[in-house]
Design a protein. Structure first.
Length: 113
């Protein structure tokens, strides 16, 4: 039964990964968080990594999540940039992506754990 569904492409892990990535990115989640959720769901790690790399809208998703939470204006004060960076990091965006949007004066690696 399952083999027949796979043969007819009605059950396709690649399509599942693509759709879930697009859905989660649309909800403001980043690649780190999406990757962890897919791997926890038991999806093949190589398939997950390929899907994450193929998706081209991570910076747009990051900016949309930032605007939704904090508004359109960019943070000027260091403390506010750090606050926004922590939020975006929690959402699953990489430090390089956060740096590209908030600027290089955000030191994510120096946060206390």
């Amino acid at each position: 039964m399952v083999a027949a569904l796979v043969a007819e492409k009605l059950v396709d892990d690649d399509r599942y990964v693509e759709n879930l990535i697009a859905y989660r990115a649309g909800r403001g989640q980043g690649p780190v968080r999406v990757r962890a959720d897919l791997r926890q769901a038991g999806v093949d790690a190589e398939l997950v990594d390929e899907g994450i790399d193929r998706y081209g809208g991570w910076l747009a998703a990051l900016e949309a999540a930032r605007r939704k939470k904090f508004g359109a204006s960019r943070p000027q004060a260091y403390a506010e940039r750090m606050r926004q960076a922590r939020f975006l990091s929690y959402r699953g965006f990489t430090s390089a992506q956060i740096h590209s949007v908030l600027g290089s004066s955000v030191d994510i690696e120096d946060w206390p754990t």
